[in-house]
Design a protein around this ligand. Structure first.
Ligand code: ACO
Length: 326
């Protein structure tokens, strides 16, 4: 197989910032409760006149610039999202926005694991020599689908986008991965279609309806993450022929600081190797890993050659890990 390098990253978030204090005006909550239970202090929310496409394209622009390529050189665009502008697919809208005329573009849905699943999907196309330049975007606007009367969920989520450019390379920097799903736990976290029953003909009814806002069993999701994430990282490290001690940065889906801490503790990874920016953005679903990566790279925290263990986990349920060198 051919080598893979991650040569650019970028991110974009809406400018509107909403604090925990602000949320206490719409649901019965407090900054103390939210910050102590989750580590979240504020989140960005996309205004009504904005689109997922714009957010995704803005993140992509930064990643393309850092990689030093032009949009027309991109062979494949993968958009990991659960909150598309168009259920038929939003990646091609992003393609048009970027002017990536040579690219094929499609959506990929694996909730908060979407970015990690996307990295692995991109890697397969590069390994086989089919594509050289892949743009992977993780973007979500969960604010569209949160029940803003439900204090158990509405305080957790925010909007954002992050992107990376993955390229064929002499040196291989994509070292290992492991992906998992368990549909028997699907009920823990849903953004489900719910059809009514609309009569069409005498013996024919169809199920026109809509989507129900996000529902979540927080404690079950917490237990799942703390148990499964360390396990999947260890498996991915084993495939990469690396030990936990060789990991420079633990880059987890930014769901909850307590999950980050518990996973790091279980893996015996010290807190100073754990990347965290969820205080500022909350849980941005498929965007959280590339958003945190982009900030860490641009702040000079993550340096060229550093080994990163990334793990996404969430609805499906899905979870997975990738091991790569920046
Ligand atoms: N403000 C004040 N009180 C609250 C709030 C809030 N925002 N939310 C819940 N409470 C209350 C509950 O109503 C409950 O009160 P009650 O006993 O009177 O009914 C009490 O706090 C305890 O509720 P729990 O749900 O048991 O709270 P818990 O300590 O488990 O914390 C939390 C909830 C933070 C959601 C935790 O379960 C968690 O982090 N789970 C993981 C969730 C997660 O990360 N999901 C996303 C990952 S997957 C993805 O990214 C899509």
């Amino acid at each position: 197989g051919l080598g893979i390098a991650i040569n650019g990253c970028g991110s974009a978030t809406p400018s509107v910032s909403v604090s925990n204090e602000n949320l206490s005006a719409i649901v019965d909550t407090s900054d103390e409760w939210i910050a102590s239970r989750t580590g979240i202090r504020q989140r960005r929310l996309a205004p009504p006149d904005s689109s997922l496409t714009q957010l995704a394209a803005a993140a992509a622009d930064h990643a393309i610039a850092m990689a030093g390529i032009t949009a027309t050189e991109i062979d494949l665009i993968l958009l990991a999202t659960s909150t598309p502008d168009d259920l038929f697919g939003t990646a091609s809208r992003v393609q048009a926005e970027l002017g990536a005329t040579s690219a094929v573009a499609f959506d990929l849905t694996a909730a908060c694991s979407g970015f990690v699943f996307g990295m692995v999907t991109a890697a397969q196309f590069i390994r086989t020599g089919v594509y050289q330049n892949v743009l992977l975007i993780g973007a979500d606007v969960l604010s569209r689908w949160v029940d803003w009367t439900d204090r158990r969920t509405c305080v957790l989520f925010g909007d954002g986008a992050g992107a990376v450019v993955m390229q064929a390379s002499q040196l291989d920097r994509f070292l290992g991965f492991e992906l998992r799903s368990d549909g028997t736990l699907n009920h823990c976290l849903n953004l489900s279609y719910e059809g009514g029953s609309t009569p069409l003909l005498e013996n024919v009814a169809i199920a026109q309806g809509g989507f129900r806002p996000i529902t979540m069993n927080g404690q079950e999701v917490y237990r799942f993450a703390v148990k499964r994430v360390p396990d999947v990282i260890e498996k991915a490290l084993f495939r990469a022929n690396l030990t936990v001690a060789q990991v420079d940065w633990l880059l987890l889906h930014q769901a909850n600081q307590r999950i980050l801490d518990a996973v790091a503790t279980r893996l015996h990874i010290p807190a100073n190797k754990v990347i965290s920016n969820l205080a500022h953005y909350g849980n941005t679903s498929a965007a959280s890993i590339p958003l945190a990566l982009d900030e860490a790279v641009r702040q000079g925290q993550v340096k060229p050659g550093d080994t990163i263990a990334a793990s996404g986990f969430g609805a499906g349920l899905t979870w997975g890990a990738t091991i790569f060198q920046w």
